[in-house]
Design a protein around this ligand. Structure first.
Ligand SMILES: [Zn+2]
Length: 409
């Protein structure tokens, strides 16, 4: 039997323990204070208790001060397990916090009490992000119980605050903890797909623009006495379509492979039909390929606004409710991508596909700090939904994938 086969068999035997740990974690609603909770402190205590029996060389608690949490901080845990060599570290980072269950009528079970049905564990957080959290622990436990060592050091990282901005989670860690190295492998198994083939390596920049067009209100029977802000805004919204031609690059790492510029929200202007609206507000959602600097896009939009202002004698103000420049992508041929691909191929028996996504993930914080990080997970994409579940088989498969990666030379 190869070492992987031994560990794999051992991981199969953990099914009951995995379900038990999912039950313990689900029963502690780790909601961030902005979502009306007390934070992750009790969940962190339960995880530390669990890790204590596992021979970690170091279990570091990195608390981020947060006055809005009853205990005054948000917990983060870094647990280091020594491998054969310390030349690099395989990091697996998962988050402890959950999102609220939402409308309880939509749930068929108690969101905070797991129920096991047809090979699935139901409960809030069971998939996002406890599936991978549990897998990371049991992937490593396979080595311990078989008396084997991972090829390199393994770092399990459990963070707070992923769902509400990461300021008290990974953001805090990157400020305080200086032991990540460029040659390390960093995995953030918090987004993925049903067969585990997707490896997320990049994201687009996000730009939300709110346009407030100001004209002059008057009676609709005498339009010349006013300035119709709605007409001007309508010409602007049509003009903004030109952005697709001005920023036309195709990048097949992404789906869709182009930058997108879509008018979305439209606020009401006047409540009655016989008034020329003096003020009009609409919004644009842009997802821009990382090769275009956001400032170039903003400048182009500004010029379009200037043209409309001149033509229609209006004033247009731009606000940016969301403006997030994409992190430099992790290269599709980076060592971490190659290694993870190899493990995905061997364990899941699918062909891995490195790809970019349209919205930000927490892995972007690593990339912005200069580290290569990838997101991948084998799950049914139930994050934030009612009746969230995770398949027991996926916990086991993912634990094996992590173990396979830890065995790679
Ligand atoms: Zn998540």
């Amino acid at each position: 039997m190869t070492n992987f086969e031994k560990i794999s068999k051992r991981i199969d035997s953990y099914e009951k323990d995995m379900i038990e740990l999912q039950g313990i974690l689900t029963a502690i609603p780790a909601l961030s204070p902005v979502n009306g909770g007390e934070g992750e402190v009790k969940k962190a205590e339960a995880i530390i208790e669990y890790l204590k029996g596992m021979n970690f060389s170091e279990i570091l608690e990195l608390n981020a001060p947060d006055e809005s949490a009853p205990c005054g901080y948000r917990p983060n845990i870094i647990a280091i397990y020594k491998g054969k060599s310390s030349k690099k570290t395989i990091w697996i980072m998962t988050h402890m916090d959950i999102v609220p269950p939402g409308d309880l009528n939509m749930w068929e079970t108690d969101p905070y009490k797991i129920e096991v049905k047809d090979g699935k564990i139901y409960g809030r957080g069971t998939e996002d992000n406890q599936q991978s959290l549990v897998s990371s622990i049991f992937g490593l436990k396979g080595f311990i119980d078989e008396g084997l060592l991972p090829e390199y050091d393994v770092g399990l990282v459990f963070v707070a605050d992923e769902e509400t901005g990461s300021q008290f989670g990974l953001g805090h860690i990157l400020k305080e903890y200086k032991k990540f190295r460029p040659e390390d492998y960093i995995l953030v198994p918090d987004s993925g797909n049903f067969d585990g083939s997707m490896i997320e390596v990049a994201e687009k920049s996000i730009l939300w623009v709110q346009f407030t067009t100001k004209g002059k209100q008057c009676h609709a029977s005498h339009p010349a006495k006013g300035i119709n802000s709605f007409r001007a805004a309508s010409h602007l919204v049509v003009k903004l379509d030109e952005l697709y031609k001005i920023f036309p690059n195709i990048n097949n790492l992404f789906a869709p492979p182009i930058s997108t510029f879509e008018p979305t929200k439209k606020e009401g202007n006047v409540p009655n039909i016989n008034t020329i609206p003096g003020k009009d507000i609409f919004c644009l959602d842009c997802r821009i390929l990382p090769e275009y600097p956001l400032e170039d896009v903003i400048k182009t939009i500004k010029n379009m606004c200037n043209d409309i202002e001149k033509t229609f004698n209006v004033k247009i103000e731009m606000d940016f409710p969301n403006k997030e420049e994409a992190a430099p992508p992790t290269q599709a041929d980076a060592p971490v991508v190659k290694a993870v691909s190899e493990s995905i191929r061997s364990v899941y028996k699918v062909e891995p596909v490195p790809m970019g996504i349209g919205g930000g993930t927490v892995a972007a914080l690593f990339r912005k700090a200069g580290f290569s990080a990838v997101c991948c997970s084998k799950h049914d994409e139930l994050a934030h939904q009612p009746n969230e579940y995770c398949k027991i088989k996926n916990i086991i498969d993912e634990a094996k994938m992590f173990a396979h990666l830890m065995l790679q030379e």
